[in-house]
Structures are given as C-alpha cells and as structure tokens.
Design a protein around this ligand. Structure first.
Ligand code: HEM
Length: 383
C-alpha cells in the first residue's frame, strides 16, 4: 500500500507545451515545467528577476507581511552581499556537534513514539522536531521551540486564523527578538543580524525583519513536509526500511530522492522587468513567470521512472532545493534532519504502520497536487 499520491499534475503540459498558465493576483503566470528550461531560467536572473518584494511567492504575500524577505527577494549584486551575512549560520549543520544534537532530538521523539499506540506525526513529530532543530540552527535556547510549536505548521495560512493575523504575530515576535538582541546581544541569529553591516552601514530594522521572516516562513513547513513524507514512505515500503537498516550509507542518496519526490515547494515566482516569452507564452514587462521545481523533478527526460522512489537514485540532479544563486540556504539543515531520521528510524523501528491520513492538497483551478499531509497517524513498532 502506498501512502502518498504519486499523481503528477504537470505531466501532460510538460510534455506537450513545456508550460502551464495559472491565474493569480490578476495576472496570467506561465509555469516553466521542463528541467532544462527551469535550470536556464533560474540562471538568467536579469530576465527572471527576484527583485520583487512580496511577489516571489505565488500568490503574492502583500497581505501577510510588510517586509521584503531577504536574501530571496533581491538580485545580484545586493543578493550576494545579503546572502553572505547569514551564510555562517546556515553552515552550522555541517558540524559534528549539531549532528549529535539532531540525533538526540530524533531519538527522544522516537522514544516517545514507541511508547504510544500511535502518533500524529505532522504535529507531534515533524513540527516539534523542526522547531527544536531550528533553535540549534539559529543559536536560540531550546525553550524557545515551545512558542514556535504553538504557531502550528504554516507561518501565514491557517484555516482558523486570518493570514494577516498570523503574519502580524510573526512580525511582533521578530520585533521583540531584535529589541532583545539590540539591548542584550548573544551568539544567536538575531544578534548577528543586529550587528551586521552592509556597504559600511548597519542593517536597518526592515532588513533584519526580512531575514527573520524568511527563516521562519521558508524553514518550517518545507521540512515538516519532507519528514512526514519520509515516514509515510517507510510505512509504504518495508523493503526500503530494511535496505536502509542494512546499508546506512544509503541515507545520503535516499535523502535526495525523498526531497525530489516530495518537492515541498511546488514553484516560486520571478518577475520579468523587460517582459519575455516562455514557449510562446508572453510575459508582459513587470509581470511574472514561475519556476516549477515539482514539475522539473518529475521530468521523464531526466529521471527514469520519475514517479518511483528509488533510494539509490544516482545521479539525482533534482531542484527540490532550487537551482542557481538562490538555491536553498536551509538545505544543509534539511539534509541533516532527513539523513538522521532515516538512519535512526531504520535502526530502531521494525515496522511503521499508517493508521489514517489526510493529504494536504495544494489546490489551484489549473492543478492540484499533494504537498505533505494535514494529518498522518502512524504506529511505530520498536525492533
Ligand atoms: C526540505 C526543506 C526545504 C526545501 C524543499 C526548500 C526549498 C527551497 C527552494 C526551492 C528555494 C529556492 C527559491 C528561489 O529560487 O527563489 C529555497 C531558498 C531558500 N530557503 Fe529553503 N527549503 C527548505 C528548507 C529551508 C530551511 C530549513 C530554511 C531556513 C531555516 C530555508 C531557507 C531558505 C532561504 C533563506 C532561501 C533563499 C536563498 C537565497 O535567496 O539566496 N529553507 N528553499
């Protein structure tokens, strides 16, 4: 039994046309679907620009935040300068210390899971795992994770809370952290940004908030999606669970394959300042096109049998973490979590059994795609 939906909503359009038009924010936006076209467009930042505050995500996030996200909503040369400021934080997951800490977090969650009849892994496993792991990445006390867990899985969208309310809550939280960092600096992300300089001047508050906003908005639901997907896949395929146990080195290629197949970020926009045309679909000056990572990751001209999870797939030139200058800064952290999860679960669990699930569907009039789960109830049996 396979507990994830392998439907590829872009398959026909990718083969026939190379693009799919969607409608958002009053614009017609062509999604670039083929692997080679996505790679090319991601390189060509002068035509496909990210210098578009609020408009890189689709739909635009004008209603849910008031600051330009950094470094993502900029082009070179400013982009390289902004990115360099936070790079050291995003390298931290490469250290053996952080690897050991992430392993402890995962073992603790597994201890808990083995004691329960079943666990709803989206909210009781993946959300606390990434909230706690983010405290390590950002150099914050572990106690801070409790507040981040209370925010739920999505930073802006929640069926019970209006988008601007949640966005405002994040804004207030970040303001408090930067106030604290200004008066009592430590070794954390907020303090580093409070002391950072660009072109010989300190960052202004809007810039600091822009970095903080993206770290939370980009770094939570994506990781929650891959962690939940990995557990659903291991429940679907006891053979893969056994292969990982027998060959722990497989966790490296398995991590890339899980990111490829789950593709948590379906697409991201680019604004075309001079206008362009994508396979004959015109983009007016100032209008947008989108790079569809999820479609490129299923491109049958690049990936043999693209709907199958092959844990040993190699090479695996997926774009789950993007491509080009904006490629994901959080990829080191996401990879560390996934690799450690696969290693610990395969080492410690005999079987995972899905009791119930509700897929999370991304719904557009033009396509629907499963991106993770609303709920995923799993029984963990220890070896
Ligand atoms: C599996 C988890 C993740 C996935 C699939 C993912 C996906 C992506 C993608 C596709 C991009 C490229 C965006 C573009 O080209 O415009 C990106 C950029 C980015 N991601 Fe992630 N992400 C993940 C985790 C994280 C985490 C954990 C963080 C931080 C805590 C993070 C922070 C960022 C940042 C700051 C950028 C912008 C980089 C730049 O503009 O130079 N991401 N991510």
């Amino acid at each position: 039994m396979q507990y994830w939906n392998d439907h590829d909503p872009f398959e026909t359009a990718r083969r026939q046309d190379g693009t799919l038009d969607i409608h958002a924010d009053g614009e017609t936006i062509p999604l670039v679907l083929r692997h080679s076209d996505v790679r090319q467009a991601a390189k060509d930042w002068e035509t496909f620009s990210s210098d578009a505050p609020f408009r890189v995500p689709i739909p635009a996030e004008t209603a849910v935040r008031s600051v330009r996200q950094l470094p993502i909503e900029t082009d070179p040369p400013a982009h390289s300068q902004f990115r360099a400021l936070v790079n050291p934080f995003f390298r931290r997951p490469r250290s053996p210390e952080m690897a050991a800490q992430v392993q402890d977090l995962i073992d603790e969650l597994l201890d808990h899971a083995f004691r329960q009849e079943s666990v709803e892994v989206v909210h009781e496993f993946a959300l606390p795992l990434q909230s706690r792991a983010l405290t390590l990445l950002l150099g914050m006390p572990m106690s801070e994770a409790e507040e981040w867990i209370s925010w739920g899985t999505s930073m802006f969208y929640d069926e019970n809370v209006a988008g601007d309310e949640k966005g405002n809550m994040l804004h207030q939280y970040l303001e408090r952290q930067f106030d604290r960092a200004a008066s009592k600096p430590g070794d954390d992300f907020f303090s580093a940004l409070s002391q950072a300089e660009i072109d010989g001047r300190p960052l202004n508050r809007a810039e600091m908030l822009g970095f903080g906003n993206l770290a939370f908005a980009g770094g939570r639901d994506t990781v929650i999606t891959v962690v939940s997907f990995a557990l659903a896949h291991l429940a679907s395929s006891p053979g893969d669970l056994a292969s990982l146990r027998d060959n722990p080195k497989l966790t490296i290629s398995a991590t890339e394959e899980i990111v490829r197949v789950s593709s948590p970020l379906t697409m991201i926009g680019r604004q075309c300042p001079h206008g362009t045309s994508v396979h004959g679909h015109p983009v007016q000056p100032g209008s947008r096109a989108a790079l569809c990572w999820a479609s490129a990751n299923r491109d049958e001209t690049i990936f043999e049998d693209p709907k199958s999870v092959r844990l040993d797939r190699s090479p695996n030139p997926h774009f789950g973490f993007g491509s080009g200058i904006h490629s994901c800064l959080g990829a080191n952290q996401a990879r560390l979590i996934l690799r450690t999860l696969l290693e610990r679960v395969s080492h410690r669990a005999s079987t995972l059994t899905v009791q119930s699930l509700v897929p999370h569907m991304e719904k557009w009039p033009e396509y629907q795609r499963q991106v993770g789960y609303e709920k995923l109830e799993i029984t963990f049996d220890a070896r």
